[in-house]
Design a protein around this ligand. Structure first.
Ligand code: TXA
Ligand code: MG
Length: 330
């Protein structure tokens, strides 16, 4: 299949993309978190094509992207009143809420679960595409399953060229890590995946909100967590307790080793490949996945990724790096 790559997206392109979706095709589109790979949420056959294009296990459910809060009721039932307040505060934006599903939502979307994940993105191209398509768009991140999520249209092309109908380029994703996944169907609200909307930000609305076990988990409540994610070809070590000196000692004399860290130069890190994650956890999140891809392009074989402080979006960075490291923490 020929994949159309659209670099300056016009209203006409949005209409073409919406037509592709309504014909049962797949379109990759930008969001403020990472790029998504979309199909019309009500089209089970199209949704199945997403799993084929990504090589995604069929038991890992998708998020439905909507353009207005009122559309939640098309896909979800028993919506708790707090959802409206959360939507007013955090939508459009990087928060996904899990509700009980409507029977009409195809099993292909929810992987046969009784619940459905819904989010309203803020990226204008995502928003216009959902509006033009005339219904919710089921979309996972637009990477090959197991690879780092794409934060640019070029990253999407690297994984999806020839497999999908269209890629819409909307620049580099603002947040760089996927949305916070919040389960509102459990006895107390739980964050299944940390993102830019942090626990600290949710607590004023949900005082009893907690993180679910964020590591390896194969209970159905957190289907995405049992798979290794975000793994580049390089062996990643998540550095939690080692000092700068100790990391340098591991990396310094190895031409194929890299260090990814905040304040990488000022802190005195030394390696053949120094990857600067900037100076804040938000900077780190924004460049994390592109560096994991860059590490492969540069031929880095061992990557020491120094973890940021464990609060705010730093929790999401730690979660993704711990997964990329397959749990190898130094
Ligand atoms: O920021 C994002 O969320 C991006 C953009 C494209 O919106 N999407 C994304 O989708 O990251 P995906 O499929 O890569 O991750 C969705 C996560 C998975 O871990 C999946 O297991 C979980 O959400 N999920 C989806 N539906 C669920 C459900 N009903 N119950 C529990 N977890 C669910
Ligand atoms: Mg994903």
């Amino acid at each position: 299949m020929q994949t159309s790559f659209i670099s300056s997206v016009t209203e006409e392109h949005i209409q073409n993309a919406a037509a592709i979706l309504n014909d049962g095709g797949l379109v990759a589109f930008p969001t403020e978190t990472v790029y998504g790979l979309g199909a019309l949420a009500t089209d089970a056959d199209a949704v199945k094509k997403i799993f084929a294009a990504k090589g995604r296990p069929a038991d890992n459910p998708l998020i439905i992207h909507i353009a207005d809060f009122s559309e939640v009721t098309h896909y979800a039932r028993e919506i708790p009143p707090i959802a409206k307040a959360l939507a007013e505060e955090f939508w459009g934006g990087p928060l996904t809420m899990i509700f009980k599903k409507q029977p009409s939502v195809p099993d292909a979307v929810t992987a046969g679960l009784d619940t459905v994940a819904i989010r309203l993105p803020s990226h204008p191209i995502a928003y216009r595409l959902i509006k033009a398509a005339g219904g919710g768009i089921a979309a996972p991140s637009a990477n090959t399953s197991g690879r780092p999520s794409p934060t640019t249209a070029a990253d999407v092309k690297a994984d999806m060229d020839g497999k999908i109908e269209m890629i819409l380029d909307g620049g580099t994703s603002e947040h760089g890590v996927e949305s916070t996944v919040l389960d509102l169907t459990s006895p107390t609200p739980r964050i299944l995946r940390p993102g830019a909307v942090s626990l600290e930000m949710l607590l004023p609305f949900l005082p009893d909100c907690t993180y679910a076990a964020l590591g390896h988990c194969d209970k159905p409540a957190c289907p995405g967590m049992k798979y290794t994610h975000y793994a580049p070809d390089a062996k990643v070590f998540a550095v939690k307790t080692l000092s700068v000196l100790e990391v340098n000692r591991l990396a310094e004399n190895n031409p194929d080793a890299g260090i990814l860290a905040l304040h990488v130069k000022e802190a005195g890190y030394r390696a053949a490949h120094l990857l600067s994650a900037g100076s804040t956890a938000a900077d780190y999140a924004a460049c994390l996945f592109s560096y994991l891809r860059e590490a492969d392009r540069r031929g880095i074989r061992t990557l020491y990724a120094v973890l940021p402080p464990p609060d705010g979006i730093g929790t999401a960075v730690i979660n993704r790096l711990t997964k990329a490291a397959g749990g190898d923490i130094l």
